[in-house]
Design a protein around this ligand. Structure first.
Ligand code: IMP
Length: 187
């Protein structure tokens, strides 16, 4: 939606205002690029995508529909964020299982912030002895990152902003916006 000054209208999610950061057409191109790289890297393999709920459900469904090699998908549920801050304690809300053993895993995450959630998932995955583990994440907050794992397929590096839309939420709300919006405390 466009406001009277010709700029895209800001959105309100709960008590905060957000302005447009990335349009769905750009998101679509970025996801297509990641899918193309995965198609090339996993020729002749049957990767198991592992989506991290809740945030990654939209990115995972878009990515899967753009990948053209045979593949499977499963989900885990991890949570660390409270409101707009990344928590120290990771809650595992839906677990891993035996289907991981010997598989080529591609973790699908909406956003990597401190990296704590992903580090915990890596540690948990080890116990199930996958053949390989790579990470695809849509947004990466490089300046907030505190871990040292590699992000194999990174959609977009963003500054340390708080963003919503495209699966990302503020306190459970805002996941349904097709574009990505950044917090704007001046509005
Ligand atoms: P990390 O453990 O600090 O890397 O945080 C990862 C999780 O925090 C992601 O899966 C998101 O659910 C959430 N998160 C991190 N940054 C944002 C943001 O800007 N908006 C919404 N959720 C976020």
């Amino acid at each position: 939606m466009v406001s009277t000054n010709g700029k895209p209208a800001p959105i309100k999610v709960r008590d905060k205002f957000f302005r447009l950061y990335l349009e769905k057409e750009q998101i679509d191109r970025i996801v297509g690029g990641i899918a193309g790289r995965i198609d090339m890297d996993y020729q002749g393999k049957l990767p198991l995508f592992l989506g991290v709920l809740n945030g990654a459900f939209i990115f995972a469904s878009d990515l899967l529909r753009k990948v053209s090699i045979p593949c499977e998908i499963s989900f885990v549920k991890y949570s660390s964020y409270q409101g707009m801050a990344s928590g120290e304690k990771i809650n595992r809300l839906l677990g891993l299982n035996e289907t991981i053993r010997g598989r080529d895993i591609i973790i699908v995450e909406d956003i990597v912030d401190t990296g704590l959630t992903m580090a915990q998932l890596f540690a948990d995955l080890k116990a199930y002895e996958p053949a390989s583990v790579k990470v695809a994440c849509f947004c990466f907050k490089k300046d907030a990152f505190r871990e040292n794992f590699t992000i194999d397929y990174c959609g977009l590096e963003i500054p340390d902003l708080f963003v919503v839309g495209y699966g990302l939420d503020y306190d459970g709300a805002g996941r349904n916006f097709p574009d990505i919006y950044q917090l704007d405390e001046t509005l």
